[in-house]
Design a protein around this ligand. Structure first.
Ligand SMILES: [Zn+2]
Length: 205
């Protein structure tokens, strides 16, 4: 292929515009196809054209699920898990996300096979990084807390989804405070929602 020759998309076979230069390990890809790749999957994964085609087929099914998605619950402040209880579907989103370029993946409840929660507690005198990326010292008598969970997902395309549910770290002198309990309840809500689907080999406390 010459420098000025027409490039063809390795997924759909269409000619690629002269100024579009996205390349995957398995070949060039057109703009339309590249926007269909999941935001959760790295481009470097596609070393094989068949695997890429399989992925785009999966994404087509996922976008059909997105069309019928009815939001019933949103858990999380900045990073969010969005739930459709009626159709038993889930997607992951960030606050303000408009999904203009790449749509989120939609998964079924029964693909969620495990749950782990993490409450990070930093003691007074130690440093924490604020949501603006600034290093601060935790004041005397207080702790800094972040609340996260990781879902294990049964999918050929990704296997874990980590979400931090609080936007800003919670600085508190009482881990029984209403705010602390609010985040703890959000973690519990996620854990209980998918409990029927956790694989029995794993023990969920
Ligand atoms: Zn294409």
């Amino acid at each position: 292929m010459s420098l000025f020759g027409k490039k063809k998309c390795c997924a759909c076979g269409e000619n690629i515009g002269a100024f579009y230069r996205k390349k995957l390990p398995c070949g060039f890809i057109c703009e339309k196809c590249s926007h269909q790749i999941s935001p959760l999957v790295k481009y470097t994964k596609f070393t094989d054209v068949d695997r890429l085609k399989e992925h785009l087929e999966y994404r087509k099914e996922s976008s059909e699920l997105l069309e019928k998605f009815q939001i019933t619950r949103i858990i999380g402040e900045k990073e969010r898990i969005v739930i459709d209880d009626k159709n038993q579907l889930v997607l992951f989103a960030t606050e303000g996300d408009k999904w203009t370029k790449r749509q989120p993946d939609v998964i079924h409840f029964d693909q969620i096979t495990g749950f782990d929660e993490y409450i990070e507690v930093i003691d007074s005198g130690d440093y924490y990084e604020s949501s603006e990326g600034i290093e601060n010292e935790v004041p005397k008598g207080y702790v800094s807390c972040n609340f996260s969970f990781i879902l294990t997902i049964d999918s050929p395309w990704f296997s874990v989804m980590p979400i931090q549910i609080n936007r800003d770290e919670l600085i508190t002198d009482d881990i029984n405070s209403a705010e602390y309990r609010k985040y703890k309840e959000m973690l519990n809500e996620v854990k209980e929602t998918f409990r029927p689907y956790y694989r029995s080999a794993r023990k969920i406390s």
